[in-house]
Design a protein around this ligand. Structure first.
Ligand SMILES: [Zn+2]
Length: 131
C-alpha cells in the first residue's frame, strides 16, 4: 500500500511489545487508514507511535511526526473528530479491542469490523471489545 510505505518509519518490530496502540488496516482504504491514524494520535497526545498490522502480520510502526507531516501542519492540534473532515475520508467507525489478560494492556484498533482478533502477545487469546 503506497500510503503506508510513506508513513511506516520502522519496519522491524524491535519493540513489538512496547508500542501502546496497534491499528489493523485489513480491508481499509488509504483514506480510512490515514483518518484512523490521525484520529488515534489526536485522541491521545502521549501516543507517539502506532503499530500497523494487517491481520496477524506486523507491517511496521508509524510515528506521530511522520503522520502529522504527511497530512500537513494545518492538522496540528485538531481534535479526533476533525480527522473525519479530511477529504476522501468517508463515514466509518473504528472498533477498539483490548486483551482481557491481567497486566497485558495490549490494545488494537480495527477499521473494518470482523471477527475478534487475537492478542499479539498472547496468540491464543482473543481480544475483547473495549468497554
Ligand atoms: Zn495479551
Amino acid at each position: 500500500m503506497g500510503l503506508l510505505d510513506k508513513l511506516i518509519v520502522v519496519k522491524v518490530a524491535a519493540h513489538d511489545a512496547g508500542a501502546a496502540v496497534a491499528v489493523d488496516v485489513s480491508g481499509a482504504s488509504d483514506a480510512q487508514v490515514l483518518g484512523t491514524l490521525v484520529s488515534t494520535f489526536g485522541a491521545d497526545d502521549s501516543c507517539t507511535e502506532i503499530q500497523v498490522r494487517r491481520g496477524g502480520a506486523l507491517l511496521g510502526t508509524v510515528n506521530r511526526e511522520a503522520t502529522i507531516a504527511f497530512v500537513g501542519d494545518g492538522l496540528k492540534g485538531v481534535g479526533a473528530s476533525d480527522a473525519m473532515l479530511l477529504p476522501g475520508v468517508g463515514n466509518y467507525s473504528t472498533t477498539n479491542w483490548v486483551c482481557p489478560r491481567r497486566d497485558c494492556g495490549y490494545s488494537l484498533v480495527t477499521i473494518v469490523f470482523d471477527d475478534a482478533p487475537n492478542c499479539a502477545r498472547h496468540p491464543d487469546q482473543t481480544l475483547v471489545l473495549q468497554g
